[in-house]
Design a protein around this ligand. Structure first.
Ligand SMILES: Cc1ncc(C[n+]2csc(CCOP(=O)(O)OP(=O)(O)O)c2C)c(N)n1
Length: 623
């Protein structure tokens, strides 16, 4: 019988010997590899955190003690150990477990996460609340070295060290964000994790004792013991110590014995401590160990050779975006590409590899990135930012107050805009239209295909305004991508199909679903609809739309985002202000609810944005 067979809840761990715990780590690794090879998921981070999670659950008592997993993508072992082992193969699938902690899924999940760097802030609030209510549970945020680069983590540390509430911060340092971690914090952690500060301390203490005549030498032996104690008690990690958070480390994050000992000890402190645990991302599966970035958020793969299963030749929108920026850099070295810890996800690694001096990865620092871009632009160079729609939410005030208000020219590629498969509610890109379109002077575009995306990146630079281009997480349609850049006429939509029974105004890649649905309506129902690819969500081509409305004034809007405050609202307002509201509108888009886990195809189907859904809705609407 496997050890894992006996384990369903954290209490089951408490009876195991170290040997059994070690065996259990291996079995959990195998299970995670199997699950992710089938479903896709965050392989490398999970493999690196197996022993750490086992040790935490062995020492602490969840759910009374609160583990707060930062980002939350490393939670698979936690889910396996907290009553969800039998459902682990459903992870990231429709109706299955979410790939991140979820308070509705389990009492062991304290906080929904998905976006980085929030754990310390929540932990500080919970610790204060605990103390005010006279309770005594442990609050244990687990934060990665990547997530520690996010500003809100430091905002939290600033207050945690000041207020000094009891809290056990576990810093899971694997030297990696999705790609290798960057910046000063990362260098500092590297320095700490080598044990250099401790060695330096040892040298200093020994040299002092050696200078004491006669007794000095004999003190050296006693000193060894003292130094061992010092290692746990003192100076290294002065940045954290100076902030008021006691640093302990480095601790080997794959040595269960060492971790269990230190975790036990950490319970004794009645002030905030930070345990610096060093782990290896991808440990236990060679392809992930060798290439932790590719297996960070992995597609399904073949276990025997680590080959990803889905392979096609059509490039993704991200890679078309990255290539367009690369070509712009090639033409004009004042173009600077920026990402917040997502060089490969955004396709900007193409610039990073060829023109590293034209590229900045700023860490998980979306707010900083937008202001940095503003500064670059004011300084006279041409920033192009790539950011996922969901993470753009972090930088809304920077966009409004720091960029748009001053009309600073910055081009922002909003990747993963629209419904996003597999990751669930935290990673949807459905709010950017409603956030951005209310801002005066903003340019917001959505390409219908990959060639249009390329031309929009170029055009965006030419407009010399705050420009946002939203595109989905998808491979392209396989259309010809024109090497030569052509400027898209500013603010102009295009008619892709003529018809006079009503008009579909669609934004983004769903334009093609609109055309297909219109063809089907024509062939099967004899309904003849005009289809407009709006291209500019803002400024919207009101002239084209108003002149297309026809005599029965039926308008259908299609958008890959929330309807509330979204593209349909823009069109509704246009008609109210220009035409006295004399029209019928069918707004197709995402309703007012959070999104469950499912693939993008399933989500488009659920929200009736696939061809059949659009067809059915329009047929009913025009009846
Ligand atoms: C605000 C925000 N920006 C970007 C991301 C994308 N992201 C997910 S995990 C990750 C790296 C996290 O690194 P680390 O905290 O060290 O955890 P590891 O995966 O190395 O265990 C990034 C950048 C995110 N989740 N949230």
């Amino acid at each position: 019988m496997n050890v894992l067979d006996k384990i369903n809840f954290p209490d089951d761990l408490k009876k195991l010997s170290y040997k059994e715990l070690k065996t259990l780590s291996g079995e959990i690794r195998e299970l995670i590899i199997e699950v992710v090879s089938r479903n896709g998921g965050h392989l490398s981070s999970n493999l690196g955190a197996v022993e750490l999670t086992i040790a935490l659950h062995r020492v602490f008592n969840a759910p009374e003690d609160k583990f707060i997993w930062d980002v939350g993508h490393q939670c698979y072992t936690h889910k396996i150990l907290t009553g969800r082992k039998d459902r682990i193969f459903s992870i990231r699938k429709k109706g299955g477990l979410i790939g991140f902690p979820d308070i509705l899924e389990s009492e062991y999940d304290v906080l929904n996460t998905g976006h980085a760097s929030t754990s310390l802030a929540f932990a500080s609030g919970m610790a204060i609340a605990r103390d005010r209510r006279g309770e005594s549970f442990n609050v244990i945020p687990v934060i990665g070295d990547g997530a520690l680069t996010g500003g809100v983590a430091f905002e939290a540390l600033n207050n945690i060290g000041h207020v000094k509430q009891k809290m056990i911060i576990v810093l899971n340092d694997n030297k990696m964000s999705i790609s290798p971690n960057v910046g000063g914090i990362s260098k500092y952690l590297n320095y700490l994790s080598t044990g250099r500060p401790y060695i330096r301390l040892k040298e200093i203490v020994q040299s002092i004792f050696n200078k004491i005549p006669l007794v000095g030498k004999s003190l050296v032996t006693g000193t060894r013991k003292l130094l061992k104690l010092l290692r746990v008690m003192t100076v290294p990690g002065s940045l954290f110590n100076d902030l008021g958070v006691k640093y302990i480390g480095p601790i080997n994050g794959h040595d269960l014995k060492e971790m269990i000992k230190v975790f036990e000890e950490s319970k004794k402190y009645d002030f905030p401590v930070l345990l610096h645990v060093v782990t290896e991302k991808g440990l236990g599966y060679d392809p992930a160990l060798e290439n932790p970035s590719s297996f960070h958020s992995s597609a399904p793969f073949e276990i025997s050779n680590g080959q990803f299963k889905k392979k096609g030749t059509i490039p993704s929108y991200s890679s078309v975006f990255g290539k367009a920026v690369l070509d712009l850099v090639e033409k004009d070295r004042s173009v600077i590409a920026l990402t917040a810890a997502m060089p490969s996800g955004t396709g900007l690694d193409q610039v990073q590899n060829k023109y590293p001096e034209n590229f900045f990865d700023v860490g998980i620092a979306e707010q900083y990135m937008l202001d940095f871009a503003g500064g670059l632009s004011l300084g006279g160079v041409k920033p192009v930012v790539a950011i996922y729609s969901t993470f753009l939410q972090r930088a809304v005030d920077q966009i409004i107050h720091d960029i748009v208000l001053m009309k600073i020219p910055v081009v922002v590629g909003i990747d993963r805009a629209g419904l996003v498969g597999d990751d669930g509610p935290t990673h949807q890109g459905i709010y950017d239209i409603s956030i951005l379109h209310s801002l005066p002077g903003v340019v917001l575009m959505a390409p219908k295909d990959e060639n249009e995306l390329r031309q929009m990146v170029f055009s965006g630079m030419e407009y010399k305004k705050p420009v946002f281009i939203r595109f989905p997480k998808e491979t392209g349609r396989g259309v010809e991508i024109k090497e030569e850049f052509t400027e898209i006429p500013y603010g102009k939509g295009e008619v892709l199909r003529e018809g006079n029974d009503g008009v579909i105004v669609a934004a983004g890649t769903l334009v093609y679903n609109a055309i297909e649905a219109a063809e089907k309506l024509y062939n099967e129902e004899n309904i003849n609809l005009k289809v407009i690819n709006i291209r500019f969500i803002k400024p919207v081509d009101g002239e084209l739309i108003l002149s297309s409305i026809g005599k029965n004034k039926k308008v259908i809007t299609i958008e890959d985002g929330v309807r509330k405050g979204g593209f349909s609202s823009i069109i509704r307002e246009l008609f109210i202000s220009e035409d006295g509201g004399n029209f019928d509108l069918l707004p197709l888009g995402v309703p007012d609810e959070f999104i469950d886990v499912a693939s993008r195809t399933e989500l488009l189907e659920k929200y009736e944005l696939d061809v059949d859904g659009i067809y059915r809705n329009i047929k009913d609407f025009l009846k």
